[in-house]
Design a protein around this ligand. Structure first.
Ligand code: HEM
Length: 447
């Protein structure tokens, strides 16, 4: 009798404790103490991707026209040198072409990482070598570009106060800012000496697309773009002034699966409801402007030969980390894109990652396989992926029966913490600390 009462009291305490703990706390405890690897073995019903991170654009708390302000991250330029971006793992299975967007915490609009200097240097080189092929604008893109420049400036000053210093605020006549990372003084006094997008490329490592709705047809057009790192084989000069349908013309299943929801969604996007998403493909170089896998179609045979000479261990995933937000004054939609590379080797201890990649490169929808050129190299790297999968089985990270499906921590690695607000160290992979600087230096310049 006493035992039953004790049991009842304990059970009651358990229920009360769980009610008191927020979902986030439970998540944090789970990550800290839970046997994540073991849970995988019996994981039969994972949350649907982004269940807890769904965009909240439908439930607005404040004024939808007011964008959230970032909070300061007191990271120094010295600390940025060893800082890693959030560890993206945007592998989905089942894999359908969907919007796959989730709420963006404004602090992560323009994240920092240790390759910052390389990206900024490359942007300058690409602008001088390729000009309008990568950075271009229409006259109607000027005002949105100006608002973007001001927004990026304010964001950097507020979010990274030790990396950006306000030298002089001349109010309506502009700002002079020092980028403490590159040590460049950026004079944005009016009248500007250069196009606003060029100042943006001196502060942020991301690529930027500026999209405006044309009141004549109510459709969205690309009015300006600073895109030094498209990765693919498209030049911005061919995309500028084009409607999103034309821009996405070659994107698999765009017309069937994306077009309608995208236009509808753009209509609802407000400054207070930014979102992010990530896509990925595989490559064997670290070129930012154009990866070898995306060389022109007439070079496909040559590219194929090159791919087959590469050590499968040198293949990696290029994640395209993207954000979307609306600027309040001009109502322009800002789309950012930023490449981050992860080698297969650095992800080898992460349960199911090799299995997911293998499944996707062979079983993804046909048109996606073609668009991402998986056929060119998949047989070449399949043996290596199989070795990694077997290794995970031997280590007890997964079993042969573990269902291959989207990670519960999608779109991030399982070892990442949830609040992502660290000063020291960023997100170095606990199993090893990869540094891709050498690959960047050797492979970026021969485009
Ligand atoms: C929620 C909004 C959006 C979605 C869901 C989306 C989706 C996609 C997808 C699926 C691709 C194919 C590559 C991949 O697998 O990711 C793609 C490519 C592309 N997107 Fe978007 N996109 C969005 C917004 C935009 C915006 C606002 C722009 C700005 C112009 C843009 C420009 C591009 C470009 C330039 C490409 C490369 C096209 C090519 O291969 O020629 N996207 N997009």
């Amino acid at each position: 009798m006493i035992d039953t009462t004790k049991l009842l009291i304990l059970a009651l305490c358990g229920v009360v404790t769980s009610l008191l703990l927020s979902y986030k706390q439970v998540g944090a405890l789970y990550r800290k103490y839970g046997t994540f690897y073991k849970s995988y073995l019996s994981f039969s019903n994972p949350p649907t991707p982004n269940q807890s991170r769904k965009s909240s654009y439908s439930k607005k708390d404040g004024d939808p026209q007011v964008a959230a302000e970032p909070t300061p991250l007191m990271i120094t330029p010295e600390q940025v040198k060893s800082y890693d971006d959030r560890p993206w793992r945007p592998f989905r299975w089942p894999y359908h072409q969907t919007m796959s967007i989730f709420k963006l915490e404004i602090n992560h609009w323009l994240d920092m990482d240790k390759y910052y200097w390389h990206y900024i240097k490359e942007k300058e080189r690409i602008w001088f070598k390729y000009g309008k092929e990568n950075i271009d604008w229409l006259p109607e893109g000027y005002e949105p570009s100006l608002e973007l420049m001001e927004t990026v400036t304010d964001h950097m000053l507020k979010r990274y106060p030790l990396c950006f210093t306000l030298i002089e605020d001349r109010g309506k006549d502009g700002k002079i800012v020092k980028n403490e990372l590159t040590e460049e003084v950026i004079d944005m006094s009016r009248p500007l000496k250069e196009h606003p997008l060029l100042y943006v490329t001196k502060m942020a490592k991301e690529d930027f697309y500026l999209v405006m709705k044309n009141p004549k047809d109510d459709l969205h057009y690309l009015v300006a773009a600073a895109v030094p790192f498209p990765g693919g084989s498209f030049g911005i000069n061919h995309k500028i002034g084009k409607h999103l349908d034309v821009i996405h013309n070659d994107v698999p299943y765009y017309h069937e699966k994306l077009k309608t929801s995208m236009e509808r969604w753009f209509g609802r996007l407000t400054p207070s409801s930014p979102v992010e998403r990530a896509s990925w493909y595989m490559t064997w170089d670290h070129k930012l402007r154009q990866n070898n896998v995306y060389k022109e179609p007439e070079l496909t045979e040559q590219v194929k030969k090159e791919a087959l000479t590469m050590d499968p261990k040198d293949f990696h995933v290029r994640v395209e980390r993207q954000t979307l937000r609306r600027l309040p004054r001009t109502q322009a939609i800002i789309f950012t894109n930023h490449p981050i590379f992860y080698s297969l080797d650095e992800m080898k201890n992460e349960p199911l990652v090799p299995s997911l990649i293998r499944k996707i490169i062979y079983e993804a929808p046909e048109k996606i396989i073609k668009y991402k050129f998986f056929e060119i190299f998949r047989d070449h790297i399949a043996g290596y992926l199989d070795e990694l999968i077997q290794r995970q089985i031997d280590m007890g990270l997964i079993t042969k029966e573990t269902p291959v499906k989207t990670l519960p921590t999608y779109p991030f690695a399982h070892w990442a913490e949830a609040d992502f607000d660290y000063v020291n160290g960023g997100f170095n992979n606990p199993s090893q600390k990869p540094d891709h600087s050498k690959e960047y230096e050797t492979s970026s310049k021969d485009d």
